[in-house]
Design a binder for this molecule. Sequence first.
Ligand code: AMP
Length: 113
Amino acid sequence: SECLFCAIASGDIPADVVLSDDDLVAFRDITPQAPVHVLVIPRAHHANAADLANADPRLSGALLRAAGVVAAQEGIAESGYRIVTNTGEGAGQSVHHIHFHVLGGRDLAWPPG
Ligand code: AMP
């Protein structure tokens, strides 16, 4: 596979994994934009959130639930955090395998840029 996140999900490319199960993997972003910056990805390849939701609503829910578990594990559930998923070049999506960014550990500006 030429997909970077498929390679991380399979273990072919190493990552700092914080949560993993049969459906998904969560790992620290290599260029963190906040003290906590974790990416949550399904093991199955789907390009973006809409594709995932159409193809596998159960897996969409599992990913969202995992984002909350990561936030609790990382100690940012109370202070506040953001779940972000970029879709398309104009939104800054650089890896075309759906991922939820879980960001926290500092004040987050709104609206985002
Ligand atoms: P996006 O730009 O929304 O598609 O997000 C892709 C994210 O993947 C960026 O925040 C990158 O820093 C992150 N990233 C790219 N390569 C790696 C890697 N090998 N391990 C962890 N995170 C990565």
